[in-house]
Ligand binder design. Structure first.
Ligand SMILES: [Mn+2]
Length: 467
């Protein structure tokens, strides 16, 4: 794998120079570990077995390179497998449309199957799709489709390799696929509702063929920890990792989950300047920082801070959070090093951002008519023209009184989709397959919530009064 990756960029350049075919394997725009590994492993496999030696098979991670550090589980696994990040080709380093216009591009989509609207021009280049979500969109007969509701797209890629020439599979690629399947399937725990018999089968086959692979529990814990490990990130990256913004008539408020204690966060050097720059660059009037951390017993604790340069706005936001009764956040003030920051301990540790967001929305609605959410991705807000415009209004209008399941799934999607997740096709972001519980699994906050839910369910099972 390492050698294959190292050869990709030169091969791409050579193809462009000599006008030879380029076959790109492209993951989805959320670029979670599954997408990244599926793209790498499938391109590697195709390169090894392809009868046309003249074409180059290039895996492309569907995010700008600058966003990769935020995918901490991917950076962790790649580092562990000694894959040089510099060799990986990111979406902002290859002009797919130009390749297509030159008649050189074919595209395989992994871990998604609907191109986002801004990639509509690439539609006719898609020759193959491998996805583990229900198909939303048919394709012409010339496009090969592998679609199966399993826990991880990496399972389907592994199956393809085992059905083809499994002897080309190397230890590194096997470790990438194995780690991804184990992470996506929540350590193959049936109670998490992700794993299918096929996931188990191919994880086991990988283990059988590569006995040196780490035990599932070990790699799962390492990847899970990496997901929350923000120690290597800058303050700006930390704030960007799990970010969501909502706007009222003239006010934009962002909520960011950070995975350290608030005290640690506020001790970061120049944190106030960083917050100021962050808000200014993105046009936020206020930023709610939600800190989540775990003690030795793995109990979560939460703190919250409200940052704003506008004193009146800060006071009003704080007031609405303090006064909230549905749910009550049980806030008690903490000392803060800066007047622009009001800090609290959040006594109600179960109130995740999903619960706090509606409070902020209500606040904004009281301030004026609800306006569309701003895009909060790292990229400029041109990525999905017209798309964000109607949805928050719909959501606001729909109200929150126990809508039907489908709508709740949609709510969950909307809830997280306008965050750091780009306007990826629905299929690759919503866990709408029957195995899932409707939680977008890509943000650390969502994962945290899911685990919380499992823990709660377990403690209910265990508790004697319930039995
Ligand atoms: Mn996936």
């Amino acid at each position: 794998m390492e050698r294959f990756l190292g050869g990709c960029r030169p091969a791409l350049q050579e193809c462009i120079r000599s006008r030879r075919d380029v076959h790109v394997v492209l993951g989805n725009e959320a670029c979670d570990l599954d997408s990244a590994v599926s793209a790498l492993a499938l391109a590697y496999f195709l390169a090894k077995v392809s009868p046309e030696p003249r074409a180059a098979f290039i895996p492309v991670l569907n995010i700008p390179r600058a966003d990769f550090p935020l995918r901490t589980e991917s950076t962790f696994l790649f580092k562990e497998q000694r894959l040089p990040e510099s060799a990986i080709i990111f979406r902002d380093e290859i002009d797919l449309l130009a390749l297509h216009q030159a008649g050189l591009l074919s595209l395989t989509l992994v871990d998604h199957h609907v191109l986002p609207s801004q990639d509509a021009g690439l539609e006719e280049t898609v020759v193959e799709v491998i996805d583990h979500r229900p198909l939303e969109q048919g394709r012409g007969p010339s496009c090969r489709i592998t679609s199966e509701l399993v826990g991880s797209c990496a399972t389907l890629v592994t199956e393809k390799i085992f059905q083809g020439r499994v002897e080309v599979l190397d230890q590194t690629t096997a470790a990438l696929l194995h780690g991804t399947i184990v992470l996506d399937c929540v350590n193959m725990a049936p109670e998490a509702g992700k794993v299918t018999p096929k996931d188990v089968r191919f994880a086991s086959l990988l283990e059988y063929k590569f006995p040196d692979l780490p035990p599932r529990g070990v790699i799962f814990e390492a990847l899970q920890n990496a997901k929350f490990d923000v120690s290597g990130l800058t303050t700006e990256q930390m704030l960007r990792k799990d970010l969501k913004a909502v706007s009222g008539k003239d006010v934009v408020i962002a909520l960011s989950s950070v995975y350290v204690t608030l005290q640690d966060f506020l001790r970061r050097p120049a944190v106030e300047q960083d917050l100021c720059a962050f808000c200014r660059q993105r046009g936020y009037d206020a930023l709610v920082v939600m800190a989540i951390s775990f003690n030795e017993q793995n109990d979560p604790s939460r703190q919250l801070a409200v940052y704003s340069q506008q004193g009146a706005l800060q006071t009003a936001v704080c007031q609405s959070l303090e006064d909230s009764s549905n749910p009550s956040l049980s806030l008690s003030p903490l000392e803060s090093p800066h007047p622009t920051l009001r800090a609290y301990t959040q006594g109600n540790a179960t109130a995740s951002r999903k619960k706090v967001l509606p409070i902020v929305k209500d606040f904004l609605r009281d301030c004026g008519t609800m306006q569309p959410c701003r895009k909060t991705r790292a990229e400029p807000a041109n990525a999905s023209p017209g798309r964000a415009d109607s949805r928050p209004l719909e959501r606001g209008a729909a109200g929150r009184k126990d809508p039907p399941k489908s709508q709740r799934l949609g709510d969950d999607l909307l809830g997280d989709e306008d965050t750091h997740l780009p306007p990826t096709p629905m299929n690759s972001l919503v866990d709408e397959c029957p195995l899932d519980q409707g939680l977008p699994k890509l943000s650390a906050e969502a994962v945290f919530e899911k685990f919380n839910r499992i823990a709660v369910a377990r403690s209910c099972e265990d508790s004697p009064e319930k039995k």
